[in-house]
Design a binder for this molecule. Sequence first.
Ligand code: GLC
Length: 424
Amino acid sequence: MTDRLSPDLDEQAREILRGNDRGGYTVPTDGLYPYQWNWDSAFAAWGFSTFDIDRAWTELETLFSGQWEDGMVPHIVFHKDDPGYFPGPEVWGSGRTPPTSGISQPPVAAILARLIWARDPEAGRDRIAALYPKLLAWHRWWKRDRCGSGVAAVTHPWESGRDNCPDWDIGMAKVDGSNVGEYQRRDTGHVDASMRPRKEDYDRYLAILFFGRDCGWDQREIIRNGPFLMEDPGITFILLRAHEDLAAIGRELGHDVSELEGWAAELRAGVPQLWNPQVQGYDARDLRGDGFAGRVGSAAFLAYLADAATPALDKRMDEIWNRVSYGFPSADPAAEGFDPRRYWRGPSWPVVNSLIALGLQERGHAEAAERLRRETAEVIKKHGFFEYFDPIDGTPCGGDAFTWTAAIWLTWAGAGATDTEGET
Ligand code: GLC
């Protein structure tokens, strides 16, 4: 029998969502991230759906108010200017209203919209029907502008959502960051610099951004000549699952979904090209020449979400997971450069855990799914709703009172079998 683990924490989580609400959209956390972020918002909507279904749909609708004509849904929508964040709207130069960034982020919206709709089919029908063509246009953008090699590629590490992950090191090494000039970072004014990306990485992030801005965000030019292009297992699995979920939504609404089914089938056929036998896992690949990244991190295990796991991946999952105590590490602790507290170079991210657990549960790995939920719940109960955690000792890292951590508490981590849980 499942129940809520802790009514107090439930209330705290709801308070965080309400507190980060800026009127129709939610910021990831106050200060460090003062705008609307794409996949954070989809998680926020999922969280809101546990106590305010109307507000959940509004979150997604506001996100799509930033959608471009070509279908792209940007990774940040800058609703109100805030000097506390860099690079802000003037740096991205999208020339749009509302101003936005020029890249996208993991397309989890359709996956979570389907779950939100299931909570209240009556209340959601008109809302999802209105969102459907927008979601479809975004998925078409992914297919056309990012899946040319057979799987999904990213044009900037930030597009992957796993900004600073070692997966991108080989691609980043080729980016020339020497000409970006002077700039003032804001992130290190909010959290400890040892948890954030280094200056030389930041220079390169900006160089990639400037290339996009200077060509007017011309996607063909970015794909052809941009400084960074890597295939991403994380986006590939999320997109594959999202195509299938959007097709299910479309069917329910009475649409012809053959186009979506075709995109999903093509993407599924491309998945084996991401398998790197050398590391026995799904791996990122550099399309600018250097092959595999040689890394297995948490993104590889999103394969469960897309029904693309193999027995070899099951084995790899056990090896990597058994090296830590609090959910999936974003990088393998046995690999060189693992850093348990630095942004995506080792830490465990509750949102990624929630997606992997969803997949594990559906694929018949109920025990592993429950272990992942328990480990994630434990670290949140101990330390609070932080952005991410050291996977070995559970030290809380990054921003506090974080929207998506609160959201996955309400939807997933905080729902447990009370009789088997220890102290709260
Ligand atoms: C960081 C994360 C990204 C997230 C954003 C807001 O940039 O890497 O995934 O969307 O913060 O939380």
